[in-house]
Design a protein around this ligand. Sequence first.
Ligand code: C2E
Ligand code: CA
Ligand code: CA
Ligand code: CA
Length: 275
Amino acid sequence: AKAEERGGYHFFEARMDAAMQARRVLEVDLRQALAQGEFVLHYQPFVNVRSGTVTGFEALLRWRHPERGMISPAEFIPLAEEIGLIVPIGEWVLRQACADAAAWPAPIGVAVNLSPVQVRSRHLVTAVFSALAASHLPASRLELEITEAVMLDDTESTLATLHQLRALGARISMDDFGTGYSSLSYLRRFPFDKIKIDQSFIRDLPARDDSVAIVRAVAGLGHSLGMTTTAEGVETVEQLASLEREGCKEVQGYLFARPLPLSELQPFLDPGQRL
Ligand code: C2E
Ligand code: CA
Ligand code: CA
Ligand code: CA
């Protein structure tokens, strides 16, 4: 039994080594990716439910790895956060997204995801300011999406940063609403412009009564607090109909479009067009 245990332990160790090795390789590659221009942004439209028109696009980061192909953000953003690389990567995203959006017809805007690490960094406000200045994108067409993890920091400096971003004229959205903790107290502490209802609540619409009730409550809350509510991950017309019934203002999901490369946005860029 003893030898077996030891064998098992060695096997485990070897697997750990392999995992750490893979991580180290990814880390080296990630450090070079920015300089080598391997990042790209894809854009997914969000649509106003009542008018059926595109109001903006969310920028979603992709890594075009020379050997491994397209790598999804879920695979490299946690590592980029851990080693601090998310700050320069995030600045690149801001600049690129603002530059791309400046060419779109007003009032179509762009939403950029911010990591909690970026919000904590002292450079964020300057980075947003300079991305706006360099692109000439009006600040009112820039949305910044943050998650509840940002609010968990709950320091005066986090709130001050969010207020400074808003003072620049950018809008702030709470992303993945309902998946973290104490969401309601955050809504009171900070005046978000938009609440994005997490796709886990949209998935079972309209079959599950509890999901319907949650969407209705959040849409009502948003309305009372003067915030737009956006549903993420809308895939079916049944979900769309349910969201419209429950008072959700904006929708985003594969039903309208997958995240697309910049060159494929043309069909969505007519501001008067109904989808
Ligand atoms: P997120 O901000 O919640 O973005 C929504 C995710 O849902 C995206 O995954 C999008 O492609 C996917 N999605 C959109 N519509 C549908 C749908 O109808 N059905 C389903 N099943 N999925 C849908 P993606 O692009 O893989 O991004 C994953 C996460 O990575 C994002 O979640 C965001 O947290 C993070 N991320 C992406 N780009 C950036 C970035 O530039 N900076 C930072 N810090 N995080 C980013
Ligand atoms: Ca988002
Ligand atoms: Ca989200
Ligand atoms: Ca998410």
